[in-house]
Design a protein around this ligand. Structure first.
Ligand code: ZN
Length: 502
């Protein structure tokens, strides 16, 4: 039921109230309980009220118990008899009194989709039901709803929500102009002009919003930051490296929740959406659009676009710079683009494309956790010895030829690669376009790089017994061959290279 705006209703005539009720409907039990409340306040019995409005006592009793929807004419008559406005009786808020509030909550819980799905027996909250039993039932329903919500984000649903948001962002070229605008204004008022955003400017942005940034050693393990809304404080972990870049981003994300007016997320999709928005906001602050587009346009004019230069000019990580490119390259420079973060296990952790590069997908369309083609730059780069510069490669795929630039790094979770790529026709704007490195990928065709070569299968299929390592951090398991979660090809090659020579 949509909430009625009571203040606005108070001054309306019965006729208008009728229209309003027709539009939004009302909750019979709430109305009934409000009638009972006002009747008792007036010290009237059901019979006395019935007499003054010309209705049978039994009929009024049914109305008060929510068993019968009163006609508007009856509500207005009752309101007149009880000397209250009709809007007072139609107010969707529970009437005063704990008992009435509990009765209404139980009634609503028993009619909820969850209760119906579970086929729960409904209990009538008549006066015979003791208040403590009523309270216990309401508590049970609350707990049931809470547990249901908590279990809602199953891996399956998480993947669906991820995919939904990815496709949404693809449709807008990974560009959210309102957030760009907002971030630009805020960094400018904090004194930003060009280059890297300083810690001092981030602190000023927080202060402008009434927050101070405080570093603490004992943040809860499950949090990245905590904001104290009552006292205007943003708590961050301590800086492990003086001037470390990660903290600016964390502080900006916390600020993002405030300036973007986020409410507590009601669903997993909304949670992800907010997460995306604060990341986007932080990226817009660290690489503000005006300065970033100016920098990139100049590099494009020189045919010398490079992630590493963009990264160094703004003092951010390679990943942050590469991902920020996806926000701006298409929308401001007319270049379609793709981005991947791939683990050294070959799984795709984060990806964006609007250039048609064929990302690996599961049947639901999710890309997270899917194995990337072994021939792609994102994986061939792991074999490179030189990690001080980007590595470039042209890759022929079933969707055309792409030029890509990859850089490797390592984190506590292991090695990873960051890749930015564009269709062949757009390679001309980038440093590294003259690379001689070429590869051919026919994935998702299994013969490309997934199926083990025939001679290895013949030799090892019956002799290999690997034990799978679980990929807890990815949303989907890696491809399964004969053993779930285990890559046959890797196992056989490993065994082949370590087997005693015969
Ligand atoms: Zn492949």
């Amino acid at each position: 039921m949509a909430p009625l705006r009571v203040a606005a209703l108070e001054s309306l005539t019965d006729h208008v109230v009728e229209d309003a009720v027709e539009e939004v409907g009302f909750d019979a039990l709430t109305v009934g309980r409000r009638i009972r409340h006002h009747r008792q306040v007036r010290g009237l019995t059901l019979a006395q009220l019935g007499e003054s409005v010309g209705a049978a006592q039994s009929q009024l009793s049914q109305v008060e118990n929510g068993k019968r929807e009163p006609r508007l004419s009856l509500i207005t008559a009752i309101a007149r008899a009880l000397e209250v406005a009709p809007a007072e009786l139609l107010d969707p808020a529970p009437p005063p009194g704990r008992r009435a509030a509990l009765e209404i909550e139980l009634d609503a819980a028993q009619r909820s989709p969850l209760a119906r799905e579970l086929g729960l027996t409904a209990v009538r909250s008549s006066r015979k039901l003791p208040t403590d039993a009523l309270e216990a039932l309401v508590e049970l329903h609350r707990e049931l709803a809470r547990r249901h919500d908590a279990s809602n984000a199953t891996p399956e649903e998480a993947r669906r929500a991820n995919t939904e948001i990815r496709l949404l962002m693809r449709a807008v070229d990974n560009h959210l102009p309102e957030i760009e605008e907002l971030a630009e204004d805020l960094v400018r008022s904090a004194g930003y002009t060009v280059g890297a955003l300083t810690h001092r400017q981030v602190a000023r942005m927080a202060a402008d919003l009434g927050f101070s940034i405080i570093h603490v050693e004992d943040l809860p393990h499950s949090t990245r930051t905590v904001t104290d809304l009552a006292n205007g404080r943003i708590y961050l972990p301590p800086a492990s490296i003086p001037g470390g870049h990660g903290l600016r981003s964390l502080a900006l994300q916390a600020i993002g929740h405030r300036v973007l007016g986020h409410e507590r997320p009601a669903s997993y999709t909304q949670f992800l959406r907010q997460r995306l928005e604060i990341n986007y906001f932080a990226a817009c602050c660290l690489l503000p659009r005006s300065a970033a587009v100016e920098f990139l346009s100049a590099a494009k004019a020189d045919k010398d676009l490079a992630v590493e230069d963009f990264r160094d000019a703004f003092g951010v990580t390679h990943e942050a710079a590469a991902h920020r490119l996806t926000n701006l390259l298409t929308s401001h420079l007319g270049i379609p683009v793709h981005f991947l973060r791939v683990g050294d296990d070959g799984a795709l952790y984060r990806g964006f494309e609007n250039d048609g590069v064929p990302f690996p997908q599961d049947t639901s369309g999710a890309i997270e956790g899917q194995p990337v083609c072994r021939r792609w730059t994102a994986r061939t780069v792991f074999a490179e010895r030189n990690r001080t510069t980007e590595n470039y490669q042209y890759t022929d795929t079933p969707a055309g030829t792409f030029w890509c630039s990859s850089q490797t790094g390592s984190s506590v979770d292991g090695g990873f690669s960051i890749t930015v790529g564009v269709p062949y026709a757009h390679a001309k704007w980038f440093r590294g376009r003259d690379t001689r490195v070429r590869a051919v990928s026919t994935c998702p065709d299994g013969t490309c790089c997934r199926r083990p070569p025939g001679e290895l299968v013949e030799k090892w299929a019956e002799a290999a017994w690997p034990s799978a390592r679980l990929h807890a951090q990815t949303l989907a398991p890696l491809p399964s061959g004969r053993f779930p979660g285990v890559d046959d090809r890797e196992v056989y090659s490993f065994l082949a290279s370590h087997a005693p020579r015969d």
